[in-house]
Design a protein around this ligand. Structure first.
Ligand code: PEP
Length: 246
């Protein structure tokens, strides 16, 4: 089954007023190489999003989080509706750093996902086990997948499998293991949504993807792209990762 491939840059809390240069370089690189193998999406901090959207229209953008209400007394928060209104179509939800530092619960994540989908945005939903949970990995992932409502429009859902212990650590599961975990994730999705629907969901790998390991990971049968943190902040590294599909 042919699925959409994605290369998604999660800039986290990085980037400043000069970062548009990186976005422009990447847009030029994609145009020059005629790259069509994956959709490249940049997810910068909120402060840069509207500038980027205005200054480089050839790139696709995502936010790193959203609130579940459209508006209201939620100081410091930004809603899916607000993000959509500036022309941003993608949003990362459930990243392990937010689950940990912002104590985001499954219930809150469910509401955020629903809010994003209601606003016609595509959700990059992150799941992944801690180091101490490796033995129970599939149970952990099953529980995280159960956060998705059964009646959700899955056309708007992308899964990013990110083992928490692999994020920013330089470690990854063995390449062959990544493939089998992704296969098992699809089985979980099939049980929940049915085979036909779940076959449409792209499942990305994230966690220490870099210019050296990208081609091995991205050629795996069950991997539909990558969510990239650290290496997405560097033009050479990220452009090499994008080119790894070729
Ligand atoms: C991430 O945090 O989503 C991530 C994949 O980070 P890194 O690539 O730096 O491990």
């Amino acid at each position: 089954m042919k699925r959409v491939k994605y290369t998604i840059a999660n800039w986290k809390m990085n980037g400043g007023k000069d970062s548009i240069k990186l976005v422009k370089l990447l847009a030029r690189h994609i145009k020059k190489t005629g790259h069509i193998k994956s959709k490249v999406i940049i997810c910068p901090p909120y402060t840069l999003l509207s500038d980027f959207i205005r200054l480089e229209k050839k790139m696709i953008y995502g936010a790193q989080d959203c609130h579940y209400q459209d508006k209201g007394a939620y100081t410091g928060s930004i809603s899916a509706q607000m993000i959509k209104s500036i022309g941003c179509k993608y949003v990362i939800i459930g990243h392990s750093e937010r689950r940990e530092y912002q104590k985001e619960s499954s219930n809150e994540l469910r509401l955020k996902i629903q809010a994003a989908v209601n606003n016609n945005m595509r959700v990059i939903y992150c799941i992944g086990e801690k180091l101490s949970e490796i033995k129970n990995r599939m149970q952990v992932l099953k529980k995280q997948i159960s956060t998705l409502n059964n009646n959700l429009d899955i056309n708007n859902i992308i899964i990013a499998y990110e083992p928490i212990w692999a994020i920013g650590s330089g470690k990854t599961p063995k390449i062959i293991e990544i493939n089998s975990i992704h296969k098992n994730i699809r089985t979980l999705l099939s049980k929940k949504f049915g085979v036909r629907k779940s076959n449409k969901i792209s499942i990305l790998y994230g966690g220490s993807v870099n210019s050296l390991n990208a081609s091995d990971i991205l050629k795996l049968e069950h991997v539909d792209g990558a969510l990239v943190g650290g290496a997405s902040l560097n033009y050479r590294d990220f452009s090499k990762i994008i080119d790894s599909y070729l």
